[in-house]
Design a protein around this ligand. Sequence first.
Ligand code: GLN
Length: 480
Amino acid sequence: MKKLYHLPYHELRRKIFDKEIKVKDYAQEILERIKERKDINAFITINEGILEEANLIDNKIKEGEKVGRLAGALIAIKDNICTKGIRTTCASKMLSNYIPPYDATVIERIKIEDALILGKTNMDEFAMGSTTELSYFGPTKNPLDKERVAGGSSGGSGAAVADHQAPLALGADTGGSVRCPASFCGIFGLKPTYGLVSRYGLISYANSLEQIGPMAKSLKDLSLLLSCISGKDERDSTTLPLKDFNFSFEKKGKIAKRVAIIKELVEEGLQRGVRERFYSALEILKDMGIKISELSLKILEYAIPCYYIIAMAEASSNLARYDGLRYGLKLKEGMENFSLYISKIRGEGFGDEVKRRIILGTFILSAGYYEQFYIKAQAIRKIIRKEFDRIFKEYDLIISPTMPSIAYKLGEKSKDPLEMYLGDIETVSANLAGIPALSLPCGYSSNMPVGLQLMGKPLSEGLLLSTAQEFERIRGENFE
Ligand code: GLN
C-alpha cells in the first residue's frame, strides 16, 4: 500500500486541506520512516518539536483559520542554513554545538507559509565536496544503492527526498551541490539565478557563487517552494529587487524553442550510459519541436580551475571567523597564547578537505600570487559570463547532462580530490555566470538515475520549469 510519505507535497496538501489527514499523523509516519532508514544517514539533527508544531497547524485548519501555501509541508534543511533553536553544524566538528539564535531568511519565509522544519540534513563539511562523504557525521548513502554516494554537497537533502524521508528539501549550490545529489538520487533540484534567493543565514563557503535552492520529487512542488523563498531581502544586499516572484504551474508556460548543446560539455569524459540517456533526451526535445544546435565554447576548458580558485579564495576568507573566540569550538585552556590557541582550534575543528582549501585559498590570495591566480580566474569568469550572454541572445537554453557519470561508489572519488573536482565540469559554469540551472531525471543507467541539466539566462526559471514540465509529459512520466 502506498504510504503517505510516498506522496508529493501537493497531493498531501489537498488531503490536509480537506481534513482527510492530520499533519501530526503524517509527521509521525515520516519520523518512523526516518528511524527505519537510519542507515542512509540523511539527517544530522531532527527537529524535536515537530509533532507539537504539526498540532498547531492542525488546530489552525480545524478552526478554519487561513493557512499558508506550504501548510503542513515538512521540509528537510541542509545543515548550513541557520535555524533558530535547532543545531546547525555545517557537518563540521567546528560547529558541532552551534545553535543559531536566528532563522535564515528562507526559513522565515517558509515558516510564514506554515511549513515545518523536519530536521537538518547531512552534507560535505562546509559544503566542500560532491559526495557527502566528507562529513564529520559520516557519509550519506544513496537510497537506490547503499554502496554508492548520494552526491554532494547537499547529499542528505537529496537522499531524504528520494528516500521519502521528506517531501521537500532545501539545499545550497556553490558549484553544483543541489544539482549533483538531485542527479545521483533521481529527483529535481534547482540552482536559482544569483540574487533571486536571500543568502542571509546561509553559512558562507564562497558567497559570490552560492545560492540556496529547492529539491523535490515533482516539478510542481519544486516551483512552489521556489516561489515561497524567492525575492528581495533587505538583509542581503545582493538580492535582486523582485517581489512576488511566482512560478505558478497552473497555466501552461512558454517552452524553449532553440536549445544549444556545448561540445566541451558533452564530448569527452561522459560515461557511456549517461551519454546514451542524454542523447535520448535530445530526441524527446526534438519531438517537442525544439531546435537543437551544437556550439563550441573553448573557455569552458578553464571552468574547473577558475571555479576552484575563486571558491577556495573566498572560502579562506569566509572561514577565518572560526577562531574559537568569535565562532567555533572553545577550549578551556591555552588562552594565554593566542597563536597556539587558534591553531589548536582550527587544527581540531576542521577536516582535511576544509584545511586543504583554506591553505590553497590563502596561498592564492597572497602577495605575488594574487595576480597570477585570483585576478586571472576573475578575468576568465568575466569571459564565461559574456559568452553565456552571447549564447542566450540566440538560444533559449543550454542543455547538458548534470553529472558526467552515475553516482560514484563510496570511496571512489573522495580519496583523490582532483578526481572529485573534475566531476563538477557540467555544473560550475552556471555558478560562475550566476545563471539558473535545473536538474531533472532523464532515465537510468546501470539501474541508477541520470540527470539532465537545463541552463537559461538570468531569471529564466519559469522557462526552465515549463520546458522541463513538457519534457516530463512527453516522456510519459507522471510528474504530478
Ligand atoms: N563540489 C563543489 C565544491 O566542492 C561544489 C560544492 C557546492 O556546490 N557547495 O566546491
